[in-house]
Design a protein around this ligand. Structure first.
Ligand SMILES: [Zn+2]
Length: 672
């Protein structure tokens, strides 16, 4: 439960009463109540209102708003305003402003335009957070702190450069050690003074290549990403500590942007957040498993604890090139999908649509029509009514037999340098394998490399590019104790210093795999090869491992080119467990058939086998077992149920043996 003070599913979202007059505010309260809204987020971009100059603070507006909301039974998630520093501040203290990847210093900007290492910014952020906490610490409406909003940008200014150099001194001790571990003799990159070390901009060691920046000094860039993650996290912690002094019992979080967001290693962030929180904006026609991956990653950050779904649009976004409306029923489905995957709040951005500003077209519960009769409002109201009777699902936990190992550092290191194929992307591989896990109905978690793997029967680690000795040992222990591990091409290539492990890929994992990769061939995406396996042929592309086996059995072989008939997919027995290795970027068909093969070979069984396009999420609480079923397929589907009777918590209907699901249907089945 997010906060026992409000032991229901939280329903509401971002609200900006500062943009509206009092009469509108009063009308909004009536509409909120009609929609079943019980929490509103206030103050996200309020800095210039609550601190109009350096020495003036005025919380009277929000105090009045909070009093009024509380009187109506509506609670408050209170935000610190530090995402958008006011103009007076950046005018007087330009050091606060961010310098971008091209080395250009911002003059002004909307939001996320600050340098995370500016002491001035940190002072103002810490100060306003503390003032807010001090002022509202006893307010009965307060249930959650929302620090900043969608931390977004790296900074590359002189302050950051100085702090980066100090961070490197701390990490490496001496320049000799840094030069050795960065292998700086390559291209004569040896540093002779700490001051010579640049921040990675397009004026120094970055260059643009196809769709991203890459670095001529990938070791530096990897360390800069680690340093920036820590720098921005420290900004969060400045506010966190200031707030906790006054409200130790109110949870503090920040709404993480996009879950699979490349810039920040969220596993590091989650260690310091009371509860994980994120903003979910599914893309148009995006496969449901991608949304499941994002939710599961957020859930995995704090090892299965419930999280806050801080933002979603009730209808459409406005910041994409094309912003389709959520089709009738779609918003409802994504709400329950979030709850299934571990959210205990359903919050919208936003409650009332703005008249002005850059996001005036962003969808809202109360649209520009300003009425409760709109389709969107009526759909929001329906969900609001339904969830009133669902408090029983609070504190349930997802049960998964499989997990995907997700590693930001592997994502960074592999894509930030020149690899055999620029189109071989970390996230593409991750999404493909996770989709197969989701489709099995076995349940799929996402774990970080510091977490416990042993509770899973099957662990999948696609494109795990960085594998040092410790992680290799952990994976070996997992397998030798009986785990089943799937590894792929472009894994174990480098250690934590971004240096290749010699002896053939995948480095320290060679004996787990039972072979080694001697060469990686790479071809343009349109030039495919095929793999013969399980008596059929599967397409593969981009990278092709030329493999020599030692102890592994060969499951699949390439069909063409100079490695025709050479191994492509391996299986190796290691201790009590098994390792599968896929030596190419393969079609989803192959991944799916391999996972089904593993399921059969190793006796994994889903309680409910999902029909095509149907997703099943199993959750438990004490003796109770809940199955959340979603029909994402766009067509009618029949799902076979296990032994016993099941009650749908949404309708009260009882089901046995099987259930019919129309498109976009949701069932929450409680085993009787
Ligand atoms: Zn900076």
């Amino acid at each position: 439960m997010i906060n026992p003070k409000l032991p229901v599913i939280w329903y509401g979202g971002d609200y900006y009463p500062e943009q509206w007059d009092e009469e509108t505010f009063e009308r909004d309260i009536r509409m909120f109540k009609e929609a079943g809204i019980n929490v509103v987020t206030l103050g996200v971009f309020s800095w210039s209102l609550i601190q109009p100059d350096e020495n003036t603070y005025d919380f009277s507006f929000f105090e009045k708003v909070m009093d009024r909301l509380y009187k109506e039974g509506i609670y408050v998630c209170l935000a610190t305003p530090t995402s958008a520093p006011p103009h007076w501040m950046t005018q007087k203290y330009p050091e606060i402003l961010l310098t971008d990847v091209n080395g250009v210093k911002r003059e002004k900007g909307g939001r996320q335009n600050f340098c995370p290492n500016s002491e001035k910014y940190r002072y103002f952020a810490r100060n306003i957070a503390e003032k807010l906490a001090e002022h509202f610490k006893d307010h009965p409406a307060l249930v959650l702190w929302h620090v900043n909003n969608e931390y977004l940008n790296y900074c590359y200014c002189d302050i950051c450069r100085g702090k980066f150099q100090n961070w490197l001194k701390e990490k490496y001790g001496t320049l000799d050690e840094l030069n050795r571990r960065w292998n700086t003799r390559f291209w004569s990159q040896t540093f002779t003074a700490w001051e010579e070390i640049p921040v990675p901009t397009t004026r120094s060691v970055l260059f643009w290549r196809k769709d991203r920046y890459q670095s001529v000094l990938p070791e530096l860039y990897l360390d800069y990403r680690r340093f920036m993650t820590q720098s921005m996290l420290e900004c969060f912690l400045e506010e966190y500590r200031a707030i906790k002094k006054h409200t130790p019992d109110i949870p503090v979080t920040t709404n993480l942007i996009a879950a699979t967001f490349k810039e920040w290693n969220y596993f590091e962030w989650a260690k310091h957040m009371d509860v994980a929180a994120w903003d979910n904006y599914p893309g148009y026609r995006e496969d449901f498993s991608v949304i499941s991956l994002r939710h599961s990653l957020i859930r995995g950050l704090k090892e299965g604890q419930p999280f806050v779904l801080m933002e979603q649009s009730p209808s459409q976004a406005c910041w994409r090139w094309y912003n389709p409306q959520k089709r009738p029923g779609e918003m409802r489905l994504w709400c329950y999908h979030g709850l299934a995957h571990g959210a205990e709040t359903l919050m919208f951005f936003q409650l009332r649509q703005s008249r002005g500003g850059v996001e005036k077209f962003h969808g809202a519960v109360i649209t520009h029509v300003d009425s409760t009769k709109t389709r969107v409002f009526q759909e929001v109201k329906r969900v609001g009514e339904e969830i009133k009777s669902l408090s029983d699902i609070l504190d349930t936990r997802v049960v998964s037999q499989t997990a995907l190992l997700f590693d930001w550092e592997s994502w960074w290191a592999m894509e930030d340098t020149l690899t055999p194929n620029i189109d071989f992307r970390h996230l593409d591989e991750v999404q493909k394998y996770f989709k197969a896990l989701v489709k099995t109905g076995l349940g799929a978690d996402v774990v970080g490399k510091d977490q416990d793997f042993k509770k899973y029967r099957l662990l999948v680690a696609p494109a795990l590019y960085i594998v040092g000795k410790d992680l290799a040992q952990k994976l070996k222990d997992y397998v030798s104790d009986g785990g089943v591990l799937v590894l792929t091409t472009m894994s174990g290539i480098v250690d934590e210093d971004n240096q290749v492990v010699l002896g053939g890929y995948p480095g320290y994992l060679r004996d787990l795999v039972g072979g080694y990769v001697e060469e990686i061939d790479a071809l343009p995406p349109e030039e495919k090869n095929e793999i013969l396996m399980f008596g059929r042929s599967y397409e593969c592309s981009l990278v092709f491992d030329y493999i020599k086996t030692t102890t592994a059995e060969v499951l699949g072989r390439f069909r063409k080119d100079y490695y025709a008939n050479e191994p492509a997919v391996l299986r190796n027995n290691y201790g009590k467990g098994w390792v599968y290795y896929v030596g190419s970027s393969v079609s989803f068909d192959l991944v799916w058939d391999l996972v089904k093969f593993i399921e059969k070979e190793h006796g994994l069984r889903a309680d409910i086998t999902p029909a095509d396009g149907v997703e099943v999420v199993k959750k438990v609480k004490g003796e109770k077992t809940f199955y959340f079923l979603f029909n994402h397929s766009g067509e009618r589907r029949t799902v076979d149920l296990p032994e016993g009777k099941f009650k749908d918590m949404l309708t009260g209907a009882l089901y046995e043996k099987r259930v019919e699901m129309p498109p976009l249907d949701v069932l929450i089945l409680l085993k009787e």
